[in-house]
Design a protein. Structure first.
Length: 191
């Protein structure tokens, strides 16, 4: 068992309660993470804006309404791994996005992540910084793919406050992102 913040419905003032729920067990390609930090992002916030729910919020409620443990981004230590996980082991410091189309389960003592949605946390990142990177990174990757970035073009990373370290992770990842978006056939050989 574990403690989790569960969505009860209603507005922000009374929308949540702490409950004991079953601790998840990782499947073949999943990782169980002992949560250090999670975030509140727009997907979570849209669920409890009150009576003025957007179409997006109503859609998210179909996938994760009352009784769900919310939260889509997490940082922490690997507690257990599924049988087919190859790149992570117990004790690794990681961050990533939780399971599911709308990503649920981070507001708890433990959360499940897919191996392919999990990243080793660089030592220069705090757990707080790492916990908010999953959504921002996916947005940046989506923008790069949608924008059809071509070889030789530049990308400007706007950064305010304490985001220098987190966005250096993105900067270091641009070569890989470019390969995945633009040249998928060549991605396997690392060119």
């Amino acid at each position: 068992m574990m403690k989790a913040m569960v969505y009860r419905g209603g507005d922000l003032g009374n929308a949540f309660e702490v409950k004991e729920i079953k601790r998840p067990i990782p499947k073949e390609h999943q990782i169980l993470v002992k949560v250090n930090y999670s975030s509140l992002n727009n997907v979570d916030y849209e669920r409890f804006k009150g009576k003025k729910l957007s179409l997006f919020a109503r859609t998210t409620l179909l996938f994760g309404g009352k009784g769900k443990n919310l939260g889509g981004e997490v940082s922490g230590q690997v507690e257990a791994v599924g049988e087919q996980v190859q790149n992570f082991k117990k004790g690794d410091e990681v961050f990533g996005q939780t399971l599911g189309f709308m990503a649920f389960g981070a507001w708890a003592e433990y959360a499940l992540l897919e191996e392919k949605q999990t990243v080793l946390k660089p030592s220069y990142l705090s757990y707080e910084e790492a916990a908010v990177l999953a959504s921002a990174s996916k947005t940046a990757i989506g923008a790069l793919c949608t924008g059809q970035l071509q070889s030789g073009q530049s990308v400007n990373l706007w950064c305010f406050g304490r985001c220098r370290a987190p966005f250096s992770v993105l900067r270091q990842s641009f070569r890989s992102i470019y390969n995945r978006c633009m040249r998928p056939a060549q991605f396997e050989d690392g060119n």
